[in-house]
Write a protein that binds this ligand. Structure first.
Ligand code: BEZ
Length: 403
């Protein structure tokens, strides 16, 4: 099955010992108990469709680790039932997504899907999950359509829409009076939609997008793009790369001698979970995101300490989104006391949940996408530090969602 089964599961005690009252979920509206009885003892099947190989491996593992942490924090049970976690490697390959989603639903017969990371995988997965009515929680992929025209009662997202983290960065540069910007991104849905978010935030300030450069996903040969950027001499470059691609881009940028000449900015994925690998090249980079390592709240402190203790490394936004996926599922399944067939009540409880997240409390929009704060951050000594709040309670426009 999955290629991610080598890690030690987090024991209930270790997580409970570290995550105190700070992290949790507040379910608004309590669903009535249903007729559920037969099968109450069976394990709940949760299937992950996440990258455990390829350029987004770090992201998939961070999400899975934190999902397990959230489940352990809930006593290893959902609505009184034990959990069977089935891990499937999406490889971040959209052409494989339909087959793998069908496998989880029809062969493994999972009750809940958690995934994916890649927007292209999300597009194929969401169409099937929508038709099949399988409860699905997306812990990363930002495809705008999933909480737009493809929105569905059984599909929830605990991360962001691609538009969301780009918009505040555009606004920040517009406010600073930047006029000439180049966009450079992986040329698939996430990169294009991230660029659109940036443009929507930036263009009102009278600035100009000098050029858009798309690099095919998951290619990391950036030399031609860097040469073109150097000759265009913009004031700033907004880029969308994540995981292994973000490491390579930031290092190539510094090696090309651009670091002290042109400002490099992006959505926070540019420096999330990768600053150690990027080293000195990452220092000073500004990004916008719904999370920062240094957010000073009890839930963040407890989560980061628990993650470090369990996995021996620093937590990041992908983990936070996985942790919150676990919390949201707990709110829904807990409300129906494990009776996952009571979909209406489960959905209602999830829609009304207030997630006490390491990123700060957030709620869902009617399209099932987080309404959340976005922060301007800067890398200092390898840490994504908060500079200031860039946009408060930002909701995705959810164009086309008739929820
Ligand atoms: C996406 O494909 O939606 C995505 C991947 C990595 C980071 C952010 C978004």
């Amino acid at each position: 099955m999955g290629k991610n089964n080598h890690r030690k599961p987090v024991s209930r005690r270790s997580a409970l010992g570290l995550i105190g009252a700070g992290a949790g979920v507040i379910a608004a509206g309590t669903a009535l108990p249903t007729k559920f009885a037969i099968g109450a003892q069976a394990k709940i099947k949760v299937g992950t469709l996440l990258p455990y190989s390829g350029t987004y491996t770090w992201l998939g593992e961070s999400i899975t680790n934190s999902l397990e942490l959230a489940f352990a924090n809930a006593g290893g049970k959902l609505g009184g039932r034990e959990i069977d976690l089935i891990k499937v490697d999406s490889e971040a390959k959209p052409p494989k997504a339909a087959e793998l989603t069908n496998k989880l639903i029809n062969q493994e017969k999972v009750d809940i899907i958690v995934g994916p990371v890649h927007s292209g995988v999300a597009m194929a997965m969401a169409k099937i999950a929508r038709e099949e009515g399988t409860l699905t929680v997306i812990p990363n992929a930002g495809a705008d359509q999933v909480t737009g025209p493809l929105c569905s009662p059984n599909i929830f997202r605990t991360s962001f829409s691609n538009w969301q983290p780009g918009h505040p960065m555009g606004k920040v540069l517009a406010e600073e009076g930047k006029k000439k910007v180049v966009l450079c991104y992986w040329g698939y849905g996430a990169g294009k939609q991230s660029a659109q978010g940036f443009k929507d935030g930036f263009m009102g300030g009278g600035g100009e997008i000098v050029k858009e450069i798309a690099v095919p996903f998951p290619k990391v040969e950036f030399q031609a793009a860097l040469t073109e950027i150097a000759s265009l001499k913009p004031e700033a470059v907004y880029v969308f790369f994540a995981g292994g691609g973000a490491v390579k881009f930031v290092k190539d940028w510094a090696a090309a001698g651009l670091k002290d000449k042109i400002e490099l900015v992006g959505p926070g994925f540019l420096t999330e979970g990768v600053t150690k690998a990027q080293g000195a090249a990452a220092e000073g980079i500004r990004t916008t995101l719904h999370y920062a390592d240094t957010l000073d709240n009890p839930a963040n402190r407890a989560y980061r300490a628990a993650y470090k203790k369990a996995y021996g490394k620093e937590a990041d936004v992908y983990g936070v989104q996985g942790f919150d996926a676990g919390q949201l599922i707990q709110a829904g399944v807990g409300a129906v006391r494990g009776d996952v067939a009571a979909m209406g009540d489960m959905v209602k409880a999830m829609e009304g949940a207030v997630i006490d997240s390491p990123r700060g409390q957030w709620v869902l929009s009617s399209a099932h996408n987080p309404v959340q704060n976005f922060y301007l951050r800067r890398v200092k000594n390898g840490v994504n530090e908060v500079v200031r709040l860039a946009e408060e309670n930002l909701a995705d426009p959810a164009t086309g969602c008739r929820a």
